[in-house]
Design a protein. Structure first.
Lengths: 339, 480
């Protein structure tokens, strides 16, 4: 092949790629953002009632099934610090997905928000396959994808300015998976289905919002005797190995940014660690950007780790959730009154 | 790794760039072989050894066949190759089928032996690459082909990634000569290959995967559905399997084409076939011609009395059905097609219309039915083909029964409805297919200049991605 032929062919490939990117970008800008059903139900409801709530809990199923806004508001009212709370917990909504949802919440411009509780955890680089493609794709904008890639390539934040080949090899699957999801999102893969086969999600939305439409619902029953024995053993192991764990630098930095953004709209950020079996205290790397409430401590909160109030490692029964909400409410009131 | 996956794009980009930058044919083949094995290993690297063993054995057998003149010894070497290749297929695909069928038969006879099935993973594409491999040994045995000198050529032929896992089934006589000469990029019809790839992509990712959930929903519990739903599901399945398989083949041919290799055409608008014999000249052509040349003709073919020919047809079609998998539903599917071919052959001879049929099959592009009788024949053919698809799709006979009832216009007891309006989708897709059949889209994309074509291609791909359904369905023929 002559040089001119190669140049012409490369130019054609470049034109095709440019046309693809430009068309995808135009279509992407014209289409509304994709929000999967579980998230959409809460987001739509919150957008419609945003000014009615002054307290918001955002996190995973550990928040969703464990914090009852009704009880929380009752505790705060009894302590003369009345709140009106919405539970924005979503199954398996770990960082950085929660950061994307926080952006969507902030876009609704809530005017009366005073307190925001953010479940605090490290950035997840592994994908939960059970959640399905839509749930994996929707939050993969460039900012969140870049954050995940940074975490995958430099998990402890001590990497050099260049990427080590060994790290690249270790992280290859994560990199491929997240870049693929970013490409799917940017390429608007499958978006026509929303218009060709629109789904009526009203019934599902009602379930997601819970019986009192405050975002909270019950998870299930207490663990079996066999599961309880296993849980107790693992809890003992966790307690024996517990030592303070700093947040990864990517999560730390991003939580700080969102804390600042919530402060800008007049809301005080609280950072929450629910009563998980994971017993190592989570710490911010420097001064916390808000109050940190950690309940993953079986020595301080033994009542939350009794097997009769636990469903599994991360979830509480109705009794456990009520007890946890009361403890959280009291702790919140105490901290909120601190100067 | 699949042709419709994002990672395939990067994989192929690397294969393509390195392949054309290499000057030596031998280096190119080594690169192709490495890439092909990597492609297969992405699914399961352990079964790579099976392909390597199959290639090694057939290289050895081919060499031995060339060295000996004794008919008995030559036959012995051929039997050795066939036993190894068919034994591989028999073990992986049919062991459990034979064991369960034997157990059922013995139980019917009142015996209850302790027969155990195995938890066997079927290697992807085992039926395809063993057929590639067998075509080499048989053609060398028949002296139609000189045995390859380099094992690299044979390994490349058997393992060539575009056709390795789901065909088309390439003959050694078609492919090995291509490997011997250095391919020139100037001879590659890049535009044709790119359009073919996009066509295949649309067929598989948009259409086949789009209708798949409705088909799956119906065939999971067909007794719950209305008769109208059965019609929608069966017609959707006919669309799904055609678009899935021919889409994959289009992408395989296009991918090979971009590397300078020509793979045989596998589909020629089969649903516009004038009769069942014509259908088999248009559907999975590489399998039907393989079975014709390596099974039907050795059995006697068209020679001998009518009953002998009918026997040959039935054996070929029953084994063709069984080739798809170890299940009685596949055998019945093959049997139904065999029966239709026998009836058609008897009818054609009686009416003395066989020369007319032959002429019609030779027409390129075919014109489709031209008369009332032609339309009636087409309708009967498509009805029979769809009827046979019920057995092909159903997991077992009880799952096929409700769809069959509905297809014979008998009432259904089910109440769940997929939606009769979906028949409009069938009509719409059928219309587009008909336009394509008439050659409406055949050449206009060759007219614009290269930069305009490139820009249009990029835009078209971006629009096509919109129509990919959110769920993903694996290629149907991968299981075979």
């Amino acid at each position: 092949m002559s040089t001119s032929t190669i140049t012409r062919n490369v130019l054609c490939v470049g034109i095709a790629l440019a046309a693809f990117i430009a068309t995808s970008a135009v279509i992407h800008s014209l289409l509304p953002p994709i929000i999967p059903k579980g998230v959409a139900a809460k987001l739509e409801f919150f957008a419609q009632h945003k000014d009615e709530f002054d307290t918001l809990f955002v996190g995973t199923s550990s928040v969703y099934y464990s914090i009852s806004p009704e009880i929380f508001d009752e505790i705060t009212r009894q302590n003369s610090l009345a709140t009106h709370t919405f539970n924005f917990g979503i199954d398996a909504m770990h960082p950085p997905e929660n950061f994307y949802v926080l952006d969507q919440i902030l876009k609704t411009e809530p005017r009366n928000l005073k307190w925001v509780f953010l479940e605090t955890a490290n950035v997840e680089t592994k994908l939960h396959k059970v959640l399905g493609t839509e749930r994996a794709v929707y939050w993969h904008d460039w900012r969140r994808t870049a954050l995940t890639l940074r975490k995958a390539l430099n998990p402890r934040g001590d990497g050099r300015w260049y990427i080590q080949a060994s790290r690249l090899w270790v992280a290859r699957r994560d990199l491929a998976a997240h870049l693929n999801l970013f490409a799917q999102r940017f390429g608007n893969v499958g978006r026509a289905a929303e218009f060709l086969f629109p789904q009526n999600r009203k019934a599902e939305a009602e379930i997601e919002l819970g019986p009192r439409r405050d975002g909270y619902r019950l998870a299930g029953h207490a663990m079996s005797a066999e599961e309880a024995a296993s849980f107790q053993k693992r809890l003992a192991d966790e307690l024996a190995q517990a030592q303070p764990k700093p947040l990864d630098p990517q999560a730390d930095e991003t939580y700080r940014r969102y804390a600042a953004r919530f402060r800008e709209i007049g809301a005080a950020p609280f950072f929450l660690v629910p009563p998980l079996i994971f017993q190592s205290p989570i710490r911010f790397r420097e001064t916390p950007p808000g109050q940190l409430l950690s309940f993953n401590d079986a020595r301080t909160y033994p009542m939350l780790f009794e097997t009769k109030v636990r469903i599994d490692d991360a979830h509480l029964t109705k009794e456990g959730a009520e007890e946890f909400t009361r403890l959280l409410g009291r702790e919140f009131v105490r901290r909120a009154r601190q100067p | 790794m699949l042709f419709v996956e994002f990672r395939f794009f990067w994989f192929f980009l690397a294969v393509f760039a390195v392949y054309w930058s290499l000057r030596e044919n031998r280096n190119r083949k080594i690169w192709l072989l490495l890439c092909s094995y990597f492609f297969y290993a992405c699914w399961n690297w352990k079964f790579l050894f099976l392909i390597i063993a199959s290639s090694g054995l057939d290289y050895f057998v081919g060499t031995m066949l060339a060295r000996t003149e004794s008919p008995n010894k030559r036959r012995g070497w051929l039997i050795m190759s066939l036993t190894a290749n068919l034994g591989t297929i028999a073990f992986f695909k049919y062991y459990n089928f034979f064991v369960t069928s034997a157990a059922a038969l013995l139980a019917w006879l009142g015996l209850h032996p302790s027969l155990h099935t195995l938890n066997i993973i079927i290697p992807v594409g085992v039926s395809f690459y063993t057929f590639h491999s067998m075509s080499y040994t048989i053609d060398v045995y028949r002296r139609k082909l000189e045995p390859v000198r380099s094992p690299l050529d044979l390994a490349c032929f058997i393992g060539f990634f575009p056709q390795m896992v789901a065909g088309p089934i390439v003959r050694a006589t078609q492919f090995l000569p291509q490997l011997r000469s250095l391919r020139r990029f100037a001879d590659v019809d890049v535009r044709g290959a790119l359009v073919l790839f996009l066509t295949g992509f649309i067929k598989k990712a948009c259409i086949a995967d789009g209708v798949a959930p409705f088909v799956d929903r119906y065939f999971d519990a067909p007794w719950n559905f209305t008769a109208g739903s059965a019609w929608v599901a069966v017609l959707f399945y006919a669309i799904q399997i055609y678009c899935d398989f021919s889409g994959y083949t289009d992408m395989a041919i296009a991918t090979a084409g971009l590397l300078g290799y020509e793979l045989p055409v596998n589909f020629r608008f089969p649903y516009f076939a004038a009769n069942i014999s014509d259908f088999w000249h248009r559907w999975h052509i590489s399998l039907s011609t393989w079975l014709r040349d390596y099974l039907y003709i050795p059995l006697g073919g068209n020679r001998g009395p009518a009953w002998f020919v009918y026997r040959n047809i039935m054996i070929t079609m029953l084994l063709g059905g069984l080739w798809h998998g170890g299940a009685w539903t596949f055998v019945i599917w093959g049997g139904l097609h065999g029966l239709a071919l026998v009836v058609h052959r008897a009818w054609s001879h009686r009416r003395d219309v066989l020369p007319h049929v032959r002429d019609m099959q030779k027409r390129v592009p075919p014109k489709g039915p031209q008369s009332f009788a032609g339309w009636l024949a087409w309708l009967l053919t498509i009805y029979w083909v769809c009827l046979a698809w019920i057995f092909f799709r159903a997991v077992d006979l009880p799952h096929a029964a409700p769809a069959l009832r509905s297809f014979f216009f008998l009432p259904s007891h089910g109440t769940e409805d997929i939606g009769a309006w979906m028949l409009w989708i069938v009509a719409g897709l059928g219309f587009v297919h008909w336009l394509n059949f008439r050659g409406t889209f055949s050449t206009w994309w060759r007219r614009p200049s290269a930069p305009v074509f490139s820009a249009g291609y990029g835009c078209a791909f971006a629009v096509v991605l919109l129509f990919i359904p959110p769920h993903y369905a694996p290629f149907i023929y991968f299981q075979f």
